[in-house]
Design a protein around this ligand. Structure first.
Ligand SMILES: Nc1nc2c(ncn2[C@@H]2O[C@H](COP(=O)(O)OP(=O)(O)O)[C@@H](O)[C@H]2O)c(=O)[nH]1
Ligand SMILES: [Mg+2]
Length: 299
């Protein structure tokens, strides 16, 4: 038995969560085309042959603008110090920026942990562009133990990545049962699924203004459906109107889609009730962030 921990880091929107899901062959982390979708470190687990890989999907690393952003970046940076290998994920369609260099500085600060650069979205660039990218990585970021080109969305190159990672999985035990693919509790997954459905239907500032809290889980008797009550927090009255939608339509669609995903996951039918509440500037309020389970470092 062999195992190890792997951090997935990079700028927002490069495909860290998509890759985590692909590697674990399950939907562990929610994905969207909006930056800042992942707010906590999420573990995705893959046990293959004798090797157990524990992937830690992190929020994107960027210069924080508010308390939640600070929590997100700190979470990612803390993870760097706790792993056996770091995957630095890049969007191969974009030039390497100061944002990537900021991530690299954090990786270097974390010490001598082995690091692999992953050039993602290979379905969108050519082999020539990839050769140029290799040169650019060397010049702007520095040396890596390995560089791997892949497409998280389509799965090309994922096997190669697993083979490359194998040599760093050196603990002589497994930390999780063979069939476990995440350590996220069920209520947290439910909140994340609701958030994903909302993100698919909103834009601008709204995705960042949404927080989810599971307020009630009613366990029913055999043969009866469990009932989940979920609060959706937004920051302004106008946002509440948008989320509810004309005649309650948007909220209803979100509820139906989320319920179907949750039922598939739990393998049983449930009731799901969604409530929309306004909480002014919640992203800047420490007690409320704590209540939602976002851990904040004490200054
Ligand atoms: N074309 C393409 N799009 C991808 C790929 N991987 C991720 N994406 C898209 O990039 C966006 C951001 O993905 P996500 O995993 O949430 O990024 P994260 O913020 O780094 O976790 C989403 O719209 C994904 O569908 C890929 O390999 N190819
Ligand atoms: Mg993510």
């Amino acid at each position: 038995m062999k195992s190890g921990f792997v951090a997935m880091v990079g700028r927002p929107n490069v495909g860290k969560s998509t890759l985590t899901n692909r590697l674990c062959e399950e939907k562990v982390a929610i994905v969207s085309d909006k930056a800042g979708t992942t707010r906590d470190s999420i573990k995705g687990i893959l046990t293959k042959g004798e090797t157990q890989y524990v992937f830690i999907d992190t929020p994107g690393i960027h210069k924080p603008k508010h308390l939640l952003g600070e929590h997100m970046t700190n979470t990612a940076i803390r993870t760097l110090k706790e792993v056996d290998c770091i995957l630095f994920i890049l969007d191969g369609t974009q030039e390497i920026s100061t944002g990537d260099q900021y991530v690299m500085e954090r990786i270097v600060e974390a010490g001598n942990t082995p690091r692999i650069a992953v050039v993602n979205k290979s379905d969108l660039f050519s082999d020539e562009e990839y050769s140029a990218k290799l040169q650019e990585i060397k010049e702007k970021l520095g040396e890596f133990n390995d560089v791997i080109m892949l497409s998280s969305q389509f799965g090309f190159g994922v096997e190669r990545l697993l083979n490359s990672l194998k040599e760093y999985m050196i603990d002589d035990c497994w930390y999780y049962p063979e069939d476990m693919y995440t350590d996220m509790p069920v209520y947290k997954i439910i909140g994340e699924i609701v958030r994903e459905k909302l993100l698919e239907r909103t834009k601008d500032e709204i995705p960042h203004s949404i927080a989810i809290e599971i307020i009630n889980v009613n366990k029913r008797d055999e043969g009866q459906k469990d009932k989940f009550d979920v609060n959706i927090y937004v920051e302004r009255e106008s946002q509440k109107g948008i989320i509810i939608g004309k005649g309650g339509r948007l909220l209803k669609e979100v509820g139906t889609e989320a319920r179907k995903d949750i039922e598939r996951l739990l393998d049983r039918t449930i009731y799901l009730n969604l409530w929309v509440k306004v909480k002014d500037k919640w992203r800047k309020k420490k007690p409320f962030l704590k209540e939602l389970g976002y851990y904040l470092d004490e200054e």
